[in-house]
Design a protein around this ligand. Structure first.
Ligand code: EPU
Length: 427
């Protein structure tokens, strides 16, 4: 196991290139199963969730070949199994996308039931609602969810809650169903649009992705294609906050500025300057940080996955900020770690009240999950002195080469070996 050792207090300066989006990749990789042919997927982030997805594809009979560090060829002509091995599916919550993809292609699938996790209860009732509407049945046996449907028939589903996962799983299961599927009250995140674009590139007929209603006309078969995944909105946002919190000046490259608007708007309100270019943004500080009110919401609202980073930033603003978590019931657990660094934050349920302090103190820290772990890295970069962050395997599930990219901006961060090897929890 490794930990980060960070000697904070230096402004980050320079350029950083953002990798492909994790939450698009973990849906697009299972979607290659629907092609029944050869796909080349580019701009894949080099993170553990992608490696696990590729291992699952191989276990199901797909041929996977690395063309370069971010490009893989995946041939799903022959799928030899419909049961995702439990040890692999448990390493990654997003393994539930194999349910929709296998159901769509093979009419049946079995995946270990995704448990709750440290963001709170994470039900999949809306995924199952969409599968049932298409004519599939499901059962939970020995900790595994089985879905069976044979030839699915297009149907109408109105989701009770806006869910990224349920929207994508419904799309995966419906593209090869007979007739038209209408999905209402769907999520609109950039990765929903990316999955729709990929499915359409394979010959599917998916319209409306990015709006509240997605219409899918089932097609008889799909084919392979080449596709490049969108840049990671949250990795970009994390580097934007890193520039602002250290008083630095960073050009963040290979991004889609439109995807960053909810983050850019809040950073500007907090006292950072954000200059937009075609495929880059430059972020620097113009003065002291000012307090904000933020509520996390589905896209195009402020993303929940940026909430921990904003809490860290606002813990150094002059005045009182309020952050309301609107998606997850338990996403403030990392606040204890920030309080140990001298932050003044009170959490009551899904609301955090942050009284800004002039500085954070270095401390030994533990990453409780992926995004909170990234937020602690930012806190350590801002705190003058040496902090150590353990359990960085969580961070590495979603950030490619975080230490290397920060070093490129002048950060004093090292990845060093530790003794203990805790088992990562699924996110
Ligand atoms: N929900 C239900 N029933 C369902 C599905 C969701 O009640 O069947 C609820 C959840 O409990 C939650 C809300 O709906 O309160 C939204 O959940 P959603 O399904 O949108 O989340 P997800 O698909 O499980 C993805 C990302 C998360 C991100 C959320 C929200 C992936 C692999 N994960 O999760 O990303 O926080 O959308 O944007 O795409 C991360 O990257 O660190 C991460 C946790």
């Amino acid at each position: 196991m490794e930990k980060f050792v960070i000697n904070g207090g230096r402004p980050l300066v320079g350029e950083v290139t953002i990798s492909g989006a994790k939450n698009a990749a973990v849906a697009i990789l299972p979607a290659t199963i629907l092609a029944g042919g050869r796909c080349v997927i580019e701009n894949l982030p080099d993170i553990s969730d992608v490696l696990v997805s590729l291992q699952i594809l191989q276990a199901l009979g797909a041929r996977v070949r690395m063309l370069n560090r971010s490009t893989y060829e995946i041939d799903t002509s022959r799928i030899t199994g419909t049961q995702v091995p439990d040890d692999l599916s448990r390493q990654m919550r997003a393994s539930y996308y194999f349910l929709g993809a296998l159901l769509g292609r093979c009419g049946t699938a079995q995946v270990a039931m995704p448990g709750g996790c440290n963001l709170g209860v994470r039900p999949i009732d809306q995924h199952l609602k969409a599968f049932s509407a298409l004519g599939a049945s499901y059962a939970v046996e020995y900790g595994r969810i089985h879905v069976d449907g044979g030839q699915l028939e297009g149907a109408h589903t109105f989701f009770d809650t806006v869910s990224v996962g349920a929207t994508m799983n419904a799309m995966l299961s419906a593209v090869l169903a007979k007739g038209q599927t209408v999905l209402e009250n769907v999520a609109k995140e950039p990765h929903i649009v990316d999955l729709a674009n990929f499915l359409n590139m394979m010959g599917a007929d998916v319209r409306g992705a990015g709006t509240d209603v997605i219409k899918i006309r089932g097609v008889a078969s799909l084919h392979g294609c080449s596709y490049s995944i969108i840049p990671d909105q949250i990795e970009a946002g994390s580097f934007m906050v890193a520039a602002a919190i250290t008083g630095g000046n960073v050009l963040i490259k290979n991004i889609i500025p439109k995807h960053l608007e909810p983050i850019s708007a809040k950073l500007e309100q907090a006292g950072a300057a954000v200059e937009e270019f075609d495929e880059a943004v430059r972020v620097y500080r113009t003065g002291d940080l000012t307090p904000l009110k933020i509520k996390t919401m589905p896209h195009p609202g402020f993303p929940t996955d940026m909430q921990p980073m904003m809490t860290v930033l606002l813990s150094l603003a002059q005045g009182t900020s309020i952050i309301t978590e609107g998606i997850w019931e338990n996403r403030f657990r990392y606040v204890d770690e920030l309080v140990r660094m001298g932050a003044n934050i009170q959490v009551d349920g899904q609301v955090a009240v942050i009284e800004g302090v002039p500085r954070l103190q270095p401390a030994p820290l533990r990453a409780p999950d992926l995004r909170a772990g990234a937020a602690l890295v930012l806190a350590a970069l801002a705190a003058h002195g040496i902090s150590e962050i353990e359990q960085i395997q969580y961070i590495e599930r979603g950030y490619e080469n975080m230490a290397g990219k920060l070093q490129g901006l002048g950060a004093d961060i090292r990845r060093v070996q530790t003794a203990a090897a805790p088992i990562p929890q699924a996110l």
